[in-house]
Ligand binder design. Structure first.
Ligand code: SAH
Length: 236
């Protein structure tokens, strides 16, 4: 899958994609991440990307022309399996479901806002979708773009070493747990500072372990994320 990122801070992405799973996925060719500098699509000497809001108010907005030019040159024709997404605090909430849906795309272009945001015509007429990564305001869309790419990329075939590992995770409705949190996990030592790993996990009874994990996941979800339980599908 090809991810395009449109940003005024291309250097921002030197770090986030150069470690672990995502780095290996880039090396293997499973994902290709292309960072585009918005200023390359400006036409004035100062490479201006922002302007003052009509009607007054604080700060500056990303102006429409460079954004339209950039997206139309990255995607000269609209293709059914490509999507342009504006990262925005006002967007639909990005979640595991949205990540799963985006894996069906062959190309995804993420527009990073800055300053006080982006001229609304970009959301209305250029982006196919407007996504928020949570109910808080960031100073730019770059961190949000990195979050979306990471969450989508690790779901792609061949990216995680063990194919089932993405299925049995938090929020992943295809897993044993329904759409709830993953179960608590432990590694050695079996006792640390007097805190013991649950006995059942030390034995080899797979059926008992499966049931314990399901109960523990449910208990943790009820405690920390009761909002998820209305959607959970519990198997017995
Ligand atoms: N004035 C806007 C916030 C602008 S923040 C408002 O109140 O809604 C500047 C940029 O950061 C936005 O254009 C967007 O691209 C990005 N951003 C901020 N919060 C975000 C969030 N929760 N999810 C995704 N992108 C976000």
């Amino acid at each position: 899958m090809i991810f395009h990122v449109l940003t005024i801070f291309p250097e921002f992405f030197r770090g986030p994609f150069e470690h672990g799973v995502i780095q290996r996925a880039r090396e293997s060719g499973a994902v290709d991440i292309r960072i585009h500098n918005l200023r390359d699509w400006t036409s004035d000497r100062h490479k201006t990307v922002d302007d003052r809001p009509f009607g007054g108010g604080e700060g500056m907005l990303l102006k429409p022309e460079p954004l339209f030019q950039a997206v139309e040159s990255i995607f000269p024709q609209s293709q059914p399996a490509s999507r342009t997404v504006l990262l925005s605090a006002q967007g639909r909430l990005f979640n595991q479901n949205a990540a799963n849906q985006l894996t069906a795309m062959t190309e995804l272009l993420l527009i990073c806002g800055r300053y006080e945001g982006v001229d609304e015509r970009v959301a209305e007429h250029l982006a196919d979708d407007e996504l928020s990564i949570g109910n808080y305001v960031l100073s730019g869309g770059e961190l949000a773009a990195a979050v979306v790419i990471d969450a989508v990329a690790r779901l792609l075939p061949g990216v995680l070493g063990n194919q089932s590992s993405a299925v049995f995770e938090s929020f992943q409705a295809g897993g044993h747990a329904g759409a709830m949190l993953d179960c608590p996990q432990y590694t050695r030592p079996a006792e640390y500072r007097g805190w013991k790993v649950p006995e059942v996990l030390l034995g080899g009874n797979h059926e008992e372990i499966r049931r314990w994990r399901q109960r523990a996941a449910l208990e943790k979800t009820a405690r920390l994320r009761p909002d998820l339980l209305s959607h959970a599908r519990i198997e017995h």
